[in-house]
Design a protein around this ligand. Sequence first.
Ligand code: SAH
Ligand code: SF4
Length: 335
Amino acid sequence: MHASLYASLPEEIASRLGLEKAYRGRQIFEGLHKRGQDFASMTELPAALREKLTAEVPLFTSSLSDTLRDEDGTIKLRIRLADGASVECVLLEADTGRKTACLSTQAGCAMGCAFCKTGALGFRRNLEASEILEQFYHLARGRGTINNIVFMGMGEPLENLEALRKSLAVFTHPLGPALSPRRMTVSTCGSAPGIISLADEGPAVGIAVSLVSADEEKRKALMPAARRWGLAELKEALLYHQEKTGKRLTLEIVLLKGINDGADDILRLREYARGLDVIVNIIPWNPVEGLDFQEPSEAAVQLYYSRLERSGIPAVRRYRRGRKIGGACGQLGEV
Ligand code: SAH
Ligand code: SF4
């Protein structure tokens, strides 16, 4: 038995463990996901089964190697996977007390965005669904209910679609965390085929696209993936997704001083957003050692925001939580 049971659905638990009674699979699933129990605490199971599970099945296959706390309340965990790779995940708490888990889907990332620390590390491997789920449970332990999930940690989620879908099947399962797909957002650097696949086959999670720039040449220079999926192909996929799901999209703009923060950038963005129901998420660039970009000043961010508003494009500024612990967007690292 290698992987933990976290990514197994009730019927899969029953068949993996060779349990004759299907309801035992459901009991174990509920124990793990709803009550956060280890096997020894699942008292509705026969004692012999509890002992067998405790002896033979690892509760977690990953382990917590570091916990960092920012003074703003953000928590970043470094998690060591069974093969020695590491990933990071973050728990953000809003002023209202609502908690959001930011999860990684890959160790490293192959997409190579010039402004991102994870991109600078290169790609190590896709995570298993159980490794995605375990991040959530490492974050949840002793910290109460997590209300939202964003797949915005390390890696490109739509390049690991199978494991992403599997983890979503567990996150939304009524006997498990039972999170509504509306409380989950997948962030992509712009995989048109991945967006189409989500539109066709679901699940109906929110989509955030890291557009960064609506200027093809600028985008290609900053994001190598933009050569694979050009702006026109991406827009087609977004229109398709919108038509099929009726959902509003988020466009993420990592604001880089002097590069994509000008009035002409807004004009292009407005042009690109035509026909799309979008909200723009402005993310002032978070510093990464060794990367040669600059943070926009507070005044530049404000100017960008008000220009967007004047263009009739709804926008929000992403709060800069977790920066002191390297837990903000684009700062996750160490493979
Ligand atoms: N691979 C996916 C999701 C992970 S990146 C994607 O690219 O969308 C999560 C977000 O962080 C993306 O919007 C990305 O553009 C942004 N980002 C990357 N590096 C950043 C940095 N240094 N500062 C601020 N945001 C950054
Ligand atoms: Fe990968 Fe996203 Fe970072 Fe680009 S921004 S390198 S896609 S994690």
